[in-house]
Each structure stands twice: as structure tokens, then as C-alpha cells.
Design a protein around this ligand. Structure first.
Ligand code: ADP
Ligand code: MG
Ligand code: MG
Length: 255
């Protein structure tokens, strides 16, 4: 049982006079077994929230707290965050020259678990998960992110999540750039993980379409750097029909 708690989180980008506050007091709690969707217009700060939890150096936390099971996440290095059980799909977005997917995944699993997974079972697990994600077995020997298509990047993210078995997974725009088949396959990977265990999922998205495949327990509407409305899955249906206009207007009036 894990709990990720975000309290009154304020985050800025830029330095000195150029510093701009992006997150303006975010409150959110994600527990094991729960799936939360954060939905909001472009530029509202959704990725900033994900990067801040991941520990990206460009984002400066100016106030508030993030804890995992009471431990101060903001005081942890990026590696420590992963070992504590946080999975952030955008953590490794860059090309890693000369490192195959297979070696990369085993290195990550070793770093997180503190010991190398047994080679024979590991190879079997990777193969099985890749088959479930309908990935060609040759993919395992390709260099990480080198020439990956949008769909391959997303499948690789879900493959990482499947193999690293985090307590809490943060998935940012997992649906972007996916055709319907890839969206279904990626969503099934997330849903398998939900069914098998106690994972908590924070699913960040601009569009409602992935929520037809992954039913959230909670939906948070995110506008101008904070949560402005909360509800259940029905709130996603309402956003699909009505868009964000009502919330954006409210938030402008507040500003
Ligand atoms: P979303 O993911 O909801 O589309 P982002 O978190 O990407 O929103 O961006 C929120 C705001 O912060 C935008 O105005 C964006 O231009 C700004 N921003 C985000 N990251 C940076 C950065 N590294 N440098 C400067 N501005 C940034
Ligand atoms: Mg505040
Ligand atoms: Mg974004």
C-alpha cells in the first residue's frame, strides 16, 4: 500500500527576473489501486507537474511538498525516486546511443531492485511482455529511443512500467501520437498492471479518448497550474462533450 501526496505544490521555470510560476498550489493524493486522470488544456502545467515529481532540473519547487509513504520525494535524487517506487515515463526520453532496449531494461531493473534479475527468467519475462504489447522481438536489440516512432516510444514506456513494477506510475500524454490499435494495446498494458496488483496510476492527458480504454476512478481538471474541479469518470464524459471552456473562463476570472 503506497500513497503519493502532493500538497500546495508551487513550481517555477526560468531564473531570476525570467522566473515564471507554472504550478500555483497543486493538491493531489494518489493511493495504490487508484487511477487518477489529470485533464486540462494545453499549457496548463500538466507536464510541469510530471517533470517536477520526476525531479527534472529545469523546474524549481518554490513551495509545498511531495511525499511517497511519508518520505520527502523532493529531497531524493532521480534514481532514489525510482527506487522508492515512482515510475515516470518521461524519465528517459533521450536517445541512449549504443545501449539496447534489452540491456537498458535490465540495468534499470537492477538499479531499482538492488540486484540483477536472473538472466533466464528476465529474458522470458521481457519476451512475454513484448508479445503482449505486440512488439517485434527485434525491438529488444535496438538502441534506446534511436529512431523510435511515436508508437514505439509509448510501447517502450509501457514495457518499462510492466517490467519495473512501480508502486506509482505517472504517465504523461501516453495517448499522444497513437493510432487506435496502438492506443488499445498500450491501454491494455496499463489495465493488466491495474488488474494484477496494487499500482497507483496518474494519467495525464489533454484528450478524453484514452479514458475510453482506461477508466479512471478520479478525474481532476487542471487549469492555469492548479486543480480547479474534481469528480469521477463522469467528469471526463462531461469534458468530452463540453471541453474546458467553462473552467478556463472561471480561472481567468480568478486571475
Ligand atoms: P501542459 O503539459 O499542460 O501542456 P506544460 O507544463 O508543458 O503544460 O507548460 C505549462 C507552461 O509552462 C507553458 O506556458 C510553457 O510554455 C511553460 N513551460 C513549461 N516548461 C518550460 C520550460 N522548460 N521553460 C520555459 N517555460 C516552460
Ligand atoms: Mg499556495
Ligand atoms: Mg504536456
Amino acid at each position: 500500500m503506497s500513497v503519493l501526496e502532493i500538497r500546495d505544490l508551487h513550481v517555477s521555470v526560468g531564473e531570476g527576473d525570467d522566473a515564471k510560476e507554472i504550478l500555483r498550489g497543486v493538491d493531489l493524493t494518489v493511493r495504490s489501486g487508484e487511477t487518477h486522470a489529470i485533464m486540462g488544456p494545453n499549457g496548463s502545467g500538466k507536464s510541469t507537474l510530471a517533470y517536477s515529481i520526476a525531479g527534472h532540473p529545469k523546474y524549481t519547487v518554490t513551495g509545498g511538498t511531495v511525499t511517497l509513504d511519508g518520505e520527502d520525494v523532493l529531497a531524493m535524487t532521480v534514481d532514489e525516486r525510482a527506487r522508492a517506487g515512482l515510475f515516470l515515463a518521461m524519465q528517459y526520453p533521450v536517445e541512449v546511443p549504443g545501449v539496447s532496449v534489452s540491456n537498458f531494461l535490465r540495468t534499470a531493473a537492477t538499479a531499482i531492485k538492488g540486484e540483477a534479475p536472473k538472466l533466464r527468467t528476465w529474458v522470458k519475462d521481457v519476451k512475454a511482455e513484448m508479445e503482449l504489447l505486440e512488439m517485434d522481438s527485434a525491438f529488444a536489440e535496438r538502441n534506446v529511443n534511436e529512431g523510435f516512432s511515436g508508437g514505439e516510444k509509448k510501447r517502450h514506456e509501457i514495457l518499462q512500467m510492466r517490467l519495473l513494477k512501480p508502486a506509482i506510475a505517472i504517465l504523461d500524454e501516453t495517448d499522444s501520437g497513437l493510432d487506435v490499435d496502438a492506443l488499445r494495446i498500450v491501454s491494455e498494458g496499463v489495465n493488466r498492471t491495474r488488474e494484477e496488483g496494487e499500482i497507483g496510476v496518474l494519467l495525464i492527458t489533454h484528450y478524453t479518448r484514452i479514458l475510453r480504454y482506461i477508466k479512471p476512478d478520479f478525474v481532476h481538471v487542471f487549469v492555469a497550474g492548479k486543480v480547479v474541479a474534481e469528480g469521477g469518470a463522469e467528469l471526463a464524459d462531461q469534458l468530452e462533450n463540453e471541453g474546458y471552456a467553462a473552467y478556463v473562463k472561471d480561472s481567468n476570472e480568478l486571475a
